[in-house]
Design a protein around this ligand. Structure first.
Ligand code: IMP
Ligand code: MG
Length: 182
């Protein structure tokens, strides 16, 4: 049968575990940014399910925008990130909350944070669903992190492997043979 879930070795985070944490973080952000009218900036595509759940747990006035980025893969070590879709909002003087699926090497968020700083926002904070601190290369930290995860490749809840598995409703670890087949 054609089921995306057939390629999952085991479940790392269940839907219930995720929603509980997302509620906590949404409440904390609502408290910390009360009266500050922040702009949540989702980093596409991986953020889309996390952001949809998180925003429904944020009770304060706020707005939302999205960026799409891709990393130059393979040949370069400069950590250059390409911006495929930039913001539509003027962020000068505004509080920005970047929303990421997973903070891995940190290269993407470090680049984005520096890029946004040029437009003189009041602040730039980072909220991530997952953090893999053992893999960090860039000097970047999450202000809000739902889960610290081990160094395994995870999919589901918006995260992909070769664009697949984003639709799986929980976070799972792929079977090793899925990588070796490619
Ligand atoms: P970084 O620049 O190395 O921090 O990469 C962050 C991006 O890499 C994330 O936004 C994801 O799109 C992707 N990524 C890193 N680790 C994983 C993973 O385990 N599963 C799926 N995507 C990942
Ligand atoms: Mg991503």
């Amino acid at each position: 049968m054609d089921r995306a879930e057939n390629d999952i070795a085991y479940v790392l985070l269940t839907e219930e575990q995720i929603l509980e944490k997302v509620h906590d973080v949404g409440r904390r952000i609502s408290h910390d940014f009360e009266g500050k009218d922040p702009i949540f900036v989702g980093v596409l595509k991986g953020c889309f399910i996390f952001m949809a759940d998180l925003m429904r747990c944020v009770s304060i006035n706020c707005s939302m925008d999205f960026m799409a980025v891709s990393s130059y893969s393979g040949t370069t070590t400069t950590g250059a990130v390409k911006i495929n879709k930039d913001l539509n909002s003027d962020i000068s003087g505004r509080h920005i909350i970047l929303v990421e699926d997973i903070l891995d090497s940190g290269v993407t968020l470090n680049y984005l944070k520096n890029y946004l700083m040029v437009s003189a926002p009041a602040s730039v904070s980072i909220v991530t669903l997952m953090d893999k601190p053992s893999r960090r290369k860039a000097d970047v930290y999450a202000d809000y992190s739902c889960f610290e995860v081990p160094d395994a490749f995870v999919v589901g809840y918006g995260l992909d492997y070769n664009e697949r598995y984003r639709n799986i409703p929980y976070i799972g670890v792929l079977k090793p043979e899925i990588y070796s087949n490619k």
